[in-house]
Write a protein that binds this ligand. Structure first.
Ligand SMILES: NC(=O)c1ccc[n+]([C@@H]2O[C@H](COP(=O)([O-])OP(=O)(O)OC[C@H]3O[C@@H](n4cnc5c(N)ncnc54)[C@H](OP(=O)(O)O)[C@@H]3O)[C@@H](O)[C@H]2O)c1
Length: 248
């Protein structure tokens, strides 16, 4: 059985990494996929073609999730193009790591804007459609770093902890309209974001993971399928760690 047959999803930041993995797994489960990217136009076109060849409808949109008006326009365009909107995955995110001593105001603000403000922008933008139809599943990409904190990532940790607070509040506010909102806290997932880390940092992380490996985008995508599908119809306001047991 295809768990997402007939559902339409918006996934932000899907030109690579976890977002791309979610788009591929969602298409496999029968979802129509509208996805965004920031600059990687070629990769986005390749993904759009790959997904359409899987027999679902897919389209990539260049849209800055950190911009309030762009987020609203994106949702209007998706509803016009697809005629439906059941799932929102706020996945777009960046890092600009530095010790508090060295971090600039600009790098703090930028990470908050792209990782946290974007979640507000997109959730505001889908709210009207989801309220009207009286259903929807919103999934926000947090991080184990948002749960636990991490030296050298004050900006990132604050943004991802903010995402968890936002998620719980939306779950409380919109639950009576059958709109669910959950967060996923991935651990160490092998993507371009983590490729920036040195080999010994990666080795240190992996040794401390009970399952003794980094995660794949598909590992995170499978958790998203659960939270997006009717299999999780009675689950809202939760943060699901997808971290190989790292925080256990
Ligand atoms: N990798 C990990 O270990 C890990 C762990 C915990 C949480 N996460 C979270 O998971 C999410 C995905 O991470 P990832 O590792 O897959 O990252 P990634 O490989 O760096 O990919 C980031 C994606 O976000 C897009 N993007 C960046 N800024 C954007 C903006 N302003 N508007 C719209 N799209 C934007 C990028 O588009 P372009 O290609 O066009 O730049 C790209 O598609 C992030 O929220 C991250 O914080 C990752």
């Amino acid at each position: 059985m295809k768990l997402l047959e007939g559902k339409t999803a918006i996934i932000t930041g899907a030109s690579r990494g976890i977002g791309r993995g979610i788009a591929q797994v969602f298409a496999k489960h029968g979802a129509n996929v509208a996805f965004t990217y920031s600059a990687s136009a070629e990769a986005a076109k390749a993904l759009e073609d790959e997904l359409n060849a899987m027999g679902i409808k897919a389209k990539g949109y260049q849209s800055n999730a950190a911009d309030f008006n762009e987020a609203q326009k994106l949702v209007d365009d998706v509803v016009a193009d697809f005629g439906a909107l059941d799932i929102l995955i706020n996945n777009a995110g960046i890092t600009k790591d530095n010790l508090l001593m060295r971090i600039s105001e600009e790098d703090f603000d930028k990470v908050i804007e792209v990782n946290l403000k974007s979640v507000f922008n997109m959730t505001k933008a889908v709210q009207r459609t989801m309220l009207k139809q009286r259903h929807g599943s919103i999934i926000n990409m947090s991080s184990v770093v948002g749960v636990k904190g991490n030296a050298g990532q004050t900006n990132y940790a604050a943004s991802k902890a903010g995402v968890i607070g936002f998620t719980k509040s939306v779950a409380l506010e919109l639950g009576s309209r059958n709109i669910r909102c959950n967060a996923i806290a991935p651990g160490f997932i092998q993507t371009e974001m983590t490729e920036k880390l040195g080999a010994d940092v990666v080795k240190g992380w992996t040794e401390n993971i009970p399952l003794k490996r980094g995660g794949s985008p598909e590992d995170v995508a499978n958790a998203c399928v659960f939270l997006a599908s009717d299999m999780s119809a009675y689950v809202t306001g939760q943060t699901l760690n997808v971290d190989g047991g790292m925080l256990t």
